[in-house]
Design a protein. Structure first.
Length: 516
């Protein structure tokens, strides 16, 4: 995330005590004398199905539900974006727990609600979050200038809830789990401002180290931290304020979203400037691969599909293939249909796809693309669509329903990332019998079994791995795809192995429980 500044006045460092309502608010709290259940406060900037820009929201939404079976109860604190507040106010049981005075430049309320089975705290701060569109970007695609203040406020509220600032709530979690730079200051506030108060254990999950929340040093006085916090042992990072760096430093446990990525970020090539810090804290660092919500992503019941199916009915996928072709306006063909569902960025290897696409088309493979991102890449892909109208089509933007249909109808999904902390689209592909074609990085390396000869003969192959992260590597992988696709029994065996793979949160939830 690019560095940003804000022209707003500095917030009052001391937050006023809430005004009590006539009816004392009630918050769900586990009776630990009667139960071994652990109470966890999660703090995140987005959560599916309320607000989503990427895989972070899917994880934050699905993990609490999976943890319920592990005797872990999670309440998630999220910002009160317009879409979130609309959903909250529609719930008959939703209520205002706190009315708070000046909080980073405006009055705020804390709500509680249960939506889609998730227990939520919602920070309703209109001066910070009442903005339509993307949670992080304005209509011009630029960072909101006050992003560092917006998410400092979310982090401070997380810390206050964690240390039990508001006795009215009778809420003190056993652990606090924060996600990415947007909430990384919560452990920092807990460290500097919560002395002598309840100190839950803290976990930070790095979903993508590329987004670090690094801002000019002039921001620091507005954060409400003591002067000595601006040091290399605190929030200072290369002369700036480093949100993610500080969150990593002051968390008890650091997780990433796959074991391979946990190793990669300790290397010079993968550490993006933080490799030294992460090597020094390697004893705290672990990788837990993401799962997916197998109820939301279920081809047998998915309402976004033209035809539902399961692993015993793979022939029914043909109906969805026709539907994908019709949506993208390309002629029907028995030739392989390869999809891309991705941000169109350098990280995701979309420039490599551009370099390979002519050779892919020459092999009679069709490519349909859903995503948005770099304007230059979008324009080039549209040019390729014009050049190959029967074999290349692009739909720019975000369309959750279309992404489901593409997984249910395309033969394979290409994920040529230069680095990929975990990746979820390959897991969706496994679930839907859409063969993943991936680079050997991060979570892609941890979740896909390459269709080498031994794996094919053993019946365990679930995807195709590029031998190198280049356009030539992608071309070679697609050549292998064509060869395998020409062997229907082998191809179906790969689909079956993928659909039988456990991509749920069950195993990972147990690992998170151990951390908590």
């Amino acid at each position: 995330m690019a560095s940003t500044t804000s022209t707003k006045k500095a917030p009052v460092h001391q937050v006023e005590k809430p005004v009590r309502k006539a009816e004392k608010p009630v918050v769900k709290k586990v009776n630990k004398s009667a139960s071994a259940m652990k109470e966890v406060l999660a703090v995140a900037s987005e959560i599916y199905p309320l607000i989503k820009t990427g895989g972070l929201a899917d994880v934050v939404g699905a993990l609490p539900l999976a943890l319920q079976a592990c005797d872990v109860h999670v309440t998630t604190l999220v910002p009160g974006y317009p879409r979130v507040m609309t959903a909250v106010r529609a719930q008959t049981q939703a209520k205002v727990l706190l009315n708070i005075g000046d909080f980073f430049g405006g009055s705020v309320q804390l709500w509680s609600a249960t939506i889609a089975g998730m227990d939520l705290f919602v920070l309703d701060a209109p001066h910070l979050f009442e903005r339509e569109g993307n949670p992080y970007l304005n209509a011009d695609g630029q960072d909101w200038g006050d992003n560092p203040i917006r998410f400092a406020a979310l982090s401070l509220m997380g810390a206050q809830l964690a240390w039990g600032e508001y006795s009215e709530l009778n809420y003190q979690p056993d652990a606090m789990h924060v996600h990415d730079w947007q909430t990384a200051l919560a452990p920092v506030y807990l460290h500097y401002l919560g002395q002598g108060k309840h100190r839950p254990k803290t976990i930070i999950t790095i979903h993508n180290l590329a987004f670090q929340g690094q801002f000019p040093a002039g921001l620091f006085p507005r954060l409400g931290l003591p002067a000595w916090a601006f040091s290399t042992e605190g929030v200072e990072y290369y002369g700036c304020v480093g949100y993610l760096k500080a969150g990593i430093l002051f968390s008890d446990t650091i997780t990433t979203v796959s074991p391979s990525y946990a190793h990669e970020i300790t290397t010079v090539n993968g550490g993006m400037g933080m490799d030294g810090l992460l090597r020094a804290l390697h004893a705290r660092l672990s990788g837990i691969v993401n799962g997916i919500d197998t109820e939301v992503w279920n081809p047998a019941t998915d309402s976004s599909l033209a035809q539902n199916y399961d692993v015993s009915q793979l022939d029914k996928r043909a109906v969805n293939k026709h539907a994908v072709e019709a949506h993208f306006g390309i002629p029907h063909s028995d030739a392989p249909l390869l999809c891309v569902v991705s941000r169109l960025t350098w990280q995701k290897g979309m420039d490599l796809l551009v370099g390979a696409i002519d050779a892919i088309v020459a092999k009679n493979v069709r490519v349909v693309i859903l995503g948005s991102g770099d304007a230059g890449l979008e324009a080039t892909l549209y040019a390729k669509q014009h050049q190959h109208p029967t074999h290349v089509a692009i739909h720019t933007g975000y369309d959750e329903s279309l992404s489901h249909l593409m997984q249910g109808g395309c033969d394979a999904i290409l994920i040529p990332s230069r680095f990929e902390p975990c990746g979820l689209t390959q897991l969706y592909g496994l679930r839907y019998g859409c063969i993943p074609v991936v680079t050997r990085v991060g979570g892609l390396n941890d979740t896909i079994i390459d269709a080498n000869l031994a794996a094919v003969n053993a019946g365990v192959a679930t995807g195709i791995a590029c031998h190198e992260v280049t356009a030539d590597g992608i071309i070679h992988a697609v050549e292998r795809l064509v060869q395998l696709y020409a062997q229907p029994k082998v191809w179906q065996a790969m689909q079956t192995a993928g659909m039988n793979t456990d991509v749920s949160w069950a195993n990972s939830a147990q690992l998170y429980k151990q951390l908590y």
